[in-house]
Design a protein around this ligand. Sequence first.
Ligand code: AMP
Length: 286
Amino acid sequence: MLRIALPNKGRLSESALDLFETAGLRPEFRADRALVARLGDDFQAIFVRAQDIPEFVADGAAELGITGSDLVAETNRPEVSELLDLGFGRCRLVVAVRDDASTTTPSDLPDGTRVATSFPGIARRYFESLGTAIQVVPVSGAAEIAPHLGVADVIVDLTSTGSTLRVNGLKEIGTILESSARLVGNAAALKGSARDITELTTALESVLRARKKRYLMANVRRDTLDQVREILPGISGPTIVDVLDQEAWVAAHAVVDADQVYQTIARLKELGAEGILVTRIERLMP
Ligand code: AMP
């Protein structure tokens, strides 16, 4: 049985569980607060902190894991490979300074700059690449306060909307990396399990693909089908179904991009379509 390390709490945990459940892999716990669960027939889930997952996968304690690509980069272990971008937990690792600082770009920072961060490895490598020797001030959270306390000149921290930085009187001067949740694996430990991994990634990918799509159904007049074809390209053209006892009308079914639904409905209504129905898709395997 392959072991997969999942985040036990924090920003990534709920989305990770939701993804597995939608893919048909619901964890079965033996007891409340258990840290181990069965995940289908082939996998065992262990629940640990997102920060620890790259290390566990590198050491082979788990063959697979779900964690942020920022944490994979920080751990910097060559044994860990990223198998799939899961699309949630998007954020950026940025360099920020006090609002009143005159610095506008990280390359302007002088040698000896004090950097408060919980990503010391990435920060060191980043400033090394700029040719700047920094002094890391390690913190495990709330780095935003450090420049105001005078213990650091800049911070290297995660942001998604930027509002925490703003509220704390800081401004971004550069992005080091963009992060999102990844399925990661230990290539050596996975040798011989290629079929299980392909099945898992196919199942997860089918959920991720489906999230970007909607299933749309509409009754349209038969004599508008040429225009319908242009509005509803579908995966291989819309499916057209007869409507019982209706000569002039047919039902058109198609998979459409989620962000095109609004526009598509408007165009179908212009054609006189009726009974328009839009539903989510759980899994999509083209
Ligand atoms: P946790 O500390 O368990 O909540 O997980 C933190 C991880 O969640 C980070 O390392 C990122 O991979 C991810 N994440 C996604 N968005 C954000 C954000 N806005 N701030 C911090 N972490 C985020």
